[in-house]
Design a protein around this ligand. Structure first.
Ligand code: ZN
Length: 429
């Protein structure tokens, strides 16, 4: 196959620092970054007046849940799950998950996210949607045995099926992780199985931990241990664990997270909407913990715009600590890019704009009233920009959106499919 080259010309490049330059892409990789823009290429993207950032990484999603957008708002987590989400999920079929994932992929492309870390069901359908949309995903089947051995066997079987069918597919854009849902919906047997499997096969583990205060209270009542202490006793914690939420943490638990190099996915908007609480993110960061950003499913957010998570995470820590200097703009940008890549084990491939890395790149159009005057791009990205300012998106060297036109998917068709799938899902209730 012949080499394809793309030149992104004259952009302001922002990752760990800010510099002017042109980025040359050969097939899936960045091969040159120069101050001049004269190098010839098959395709030239003029990036004058635009800012180039690494594709954003969303480290906690349930992308098929986009079909449930706006259907159950303003409820506590338990009522929300027991009376609304779980009954709807019991009616889910493969096609719903495929269409929901496709809709989310479209939304992520349009708001600059090129990688997601997704836990749900029918993950081969989700993998199909990720493949077709051109983005990247670390996917896991959400395992819940509710301490029942028959359910447990089914969860093992489904997890093994997804690994076999989907791991390292779509030119490596789709990878599979292990997905025990929570320490309170999974038995110790299941958690031990996951730990062994992760060690043996080098797979990541994606789990929800300490999302609500009630979860911690129940854990203390049932086991006399807080959730992270319980997981440590099972020898479950390690650098391959991506723990979503982690809102209610003791100092001892932050030490366990730090010592085990557990990766945290902070989901500020979901935690605020469900009134779960405020994660002590700046304390963890001060301890050197890798904290990245997630949206959670849109049923509790209600969108996948990581620009909103960047701004909210910073403001929320300022309010929590009454210190306006915590979580500055550059830090939240790092959380949405390189920290996300590190959490997923992809820090050698994505998360910064460097020669040799994959071309997962996003251009943001700075010519808008809310981005004017344009002086400090890092400040604008963290505090003023919105997902809809995203202009052009590349993933794995392929142009998925060019000057706000999505090339990877038929936008109108995907939205129509999603409306129909949502009508079908609701008619089953
Ligand atoms: Zn979640």
């Amino acid at each position: 196959m012949e080499t394809q080259t793309i030149l992104i010309k004259n952009s302001i490049i922002v990752d760990e620092d800010v510099r002017r330059g042109s980025v040359l892409i050969e097939d899936d990789k960045i091969v040159d970054i120069t101050r001049k823009g004269s190098t010839g290429a098959d395709e030239v993207i003029n990036a004058e007046g635009k800012v180039l950032i690494p594709g954003l990484v969303n480290t906690h999603t349930h992308i098929s849940m986009s079909l449930m957008r706006g259907l159950a708002d303003d409820l506590p987590l338990e009522t929300w799950l027991n009376d609304h989400i779980w009954p709807m999920e019991s009616n889910l079929e493969a096609e719903h998950c495929y269409v929901g994932a496709l809709l989310s992929a479209l939304e992520m492309i349009k708001s600059g996210t090129t990688t997601c870390n997704d836990m749900y069901f029918f993950m081969d359908e989700v993998a199909q949607a990720i493949d077709e949309s051109g983005i990247r995903g670390l996917l896991c089947h959400g395992m819940l045995d509710l301490f029942d051995s028959d359910k447990r066997k089914k969860e093992y079987k489904e997890t093994l099926r997804i690994i076999k069918k989907c791991h390292n597919t779509a030119d490596g854009r789709v990878q599979v992780a292990l997905g025990p849902h929570t320490p309170y919906t999974c038995s110790p047997e299941l958690l031990n199985w996951v730990r062994k499997k992760a060690d043996k096969n080098g797979l990541k583990i994606h789990i929800h931990v300490s999302e609500t205060e009630k979860e911690v209270e129940d854990s203390l009542n049932d086991r006399k241990k807080r959730p992270f202490e319980y997981l440590e006793d099972l020898n479950f914690l390690g650098p391959d664990v991506i723990a979503a939420h982690s809102v209610w943490l003791s100092g001892a638990e932050i030490a366990l997270i730090t010592d085990n190099n557990v990766k945290i996915s902070h989901n500020p908007l979901s935690n605020m909407k469900l009134a779960s609480g405020i994660s002590p993110v700046s304390d963890m960061i001060a301890n050197g913990v890798c904290v990245s950003l997630g949206t959670d499913g849109v049923a509790s957010n209600n969108n996948l715009d990581l620009f909103q998570e960047m701004k909210t995470s910073s403001l929320l820590q300022k309010v929590r600590t009454l210190d306006p200097t915590v979580l500055p703009a550059s830090k939240v940008l790092e959380m949405a890019t390189i920290n996300g890549a590190t959490a997923l084990g992809l820090e050698q491939e994505i998360g910064t704009i460097e020669v040799g890395k994959k071309a997962d790149l996003v251009l943001i159009d700075m010519k808008s009233p809310h981005l004017t005057p344009y002086r400090n791009p890092i400040s604008h990205l963290a505090y003023s920009a919105e997902g809809k300012d995203v202009d052009t998106v590349l993933c794995d060297g392929k142009i998925l959106m060019l000057e706000k036109e999505v090339l990877a998917l038929d936008e109108v068709e995907v939205m129509e499919m999603a409306e129909n799938a949502a009508i079908d899902l609701l008619s089953r209730n």
